[in-house]
Design a protein around this ligand. Structure first.
Ligand SMILES: Nc1nc2c(ncn2[C@@H]2O[C@H](COP(=O)(O)OP(=O)(O)OP(=O)(O)O)[C@@H](O)[C@H]2O)c(=O)[nH]1
Ligand SMILES: [Mg+2]
Length: 321
């Protein structure tokens, strides 16, 4: 285990992949090793910018990450990409599926791309992601991008893992803005209208001003930062530097105002409670399968309330421990 720690600290990619596999494993011995490893790495973590990126399928997330990522790795900035997308089976939006759109970045020695874990609850996947970030930060990654497909609830979970949240839109956003849940707009620190090129140029401008109007009606997320809207073309590499300048600006303002650290410490506290509920539920599920199905039946048949079932399940767990 000590050897794995050393390798991760020296930036060894196979060691990083191995550690993340360990983190994602449900085997109890793997979990023990993973937690030991993570606690060794903790003091080396925390030095990256954690960026959430969301947008509906087809908006250009993969294309953007490829162009943005390559621009950064060329500056010797190390970029890691993780996906949180439990709905990928439905949308087909998993990173692995379209790794071809990030072909060059995937081969870049300054980049690391990890696809969506194939199974798990949202809470579980949020934990894997948080823990994978510790590994990546300890091995020297400067920017970690967490990608979600902006259709579900994963955005809220991701917003609690990152420093900054970027919403990617495309021209024709009038309709798109309605499709994107208002709640997702409220999470964004930066809104980027992609595909501002060729025939889409005017539509992109219109979309950006729609967004500006919508933003004016919303309560500001932070008193230290005003949400900005940019127009870019990921395909033609236009405006990509500008996105990075905004990320840097954001970080600078947040750090200077103290909001950066406050947010991270809140997130650490929140993670205790999300880990507690995830762990509790998984322990209950492992410990008493027959008991669970019996209680499920009783609730279905209106013999007991769901709350009573929950109390019984937790009661059994406490007795067993
Ligand atoms: N014109 C134009 N097309 C773009 C741009 N960015 C992406 N596209 C195209 O839009 C399509 C979807 O792009 P992707 O990068 O795969 O989109 P995505 O958001 O990753 O999609 P999912 O992985 O399905 O969620 C592709 O055909 C891209 O070539 C852009 O800046 N301009
Ligand atoms: Mg994609």
């Amino acid at each position: 285990m000590h050897e794995l720690t050393e390798k991760i600290l020296s930036g060894n990619r196979r060691a990083i992949a191995k550690a993340i596999t360990l983190i994602e494993s449900s085997r109890e011995d793997h979990q023990k090793s993973a937690q030991k490893l993570l606690s060794d790495l903790l003091t080396h973590s925390g030095n990256s910018i954690r960026l959430g990126l969301t947008g509906i399928p087809g908006v250009g997330k993969s294309t953007f990450i490829e162009t943005f990522g390559k621009m950064l790795t060329a500056k010797d900035i190390k970029v890691a990409v993780l996906a949180v997308d439990p709905s990928s089976k439905i949308t087909g939006g998993s990173i692995l599926g379209d790794k071809t759109r990030m072909e060059e970045l995937a081969r870049d020695k300054n980049a690391f791309i990890r696809p969506t874990p194939s199974k798990g609850t949202l809470g579980g996947i949020a934990r894997y992601t948080r823990e994978a970030m510790i590994v990546l930060e300890a091995s020297g990654f400067d920017l970690i991008i967490i990608e979600t497909v902006g259709v579900g609830q994963s955005e809220v979970a991701v917003a609690d893992l990152v420093d900054m949240f970027i919403l990617l839109l495309s021209p024709g956003s009038g309709d798109e803005l309605q499709g994107i849940k208002r709640g997702i707009m409220e999470l964004a620190d930066l809104i980027v209208v992609n595909k501002a090129d060729g025939d889409f140029k005017d539509a992109a401008k219109l979309a950006a001003s729609d967004v500006e109007n919508a933003l004016h009606l919303m309560k500001p997320k932070s008193e230290n930062w005003t949400v900005r809207t940019l127009e870019i073309s990921a395909l033609n590499n236009i405006g990509i530097e500008e996105v990075w300048h905004n990320v840097e600006d954001f970080k600078k303002l947040m750090v200077e105002s103290g909001e950066f650290d406050i947010k991270r410490s809140k997130q650490s506290i929140n993670s205790i409670w999300s880990d507690t509920s995830e762990l509790l539920i998984s322990k209950i599920k492992i410990s008493s399968e027959t008991h669970i199905s019996m209680l499920e039946q009783q609730v279905q048949q209106n013999k007991i309330t769901s709350r009573q079932a929950a109390e019984k399940l937790i009661g059994t767990l406490l007795k067993n421990d």
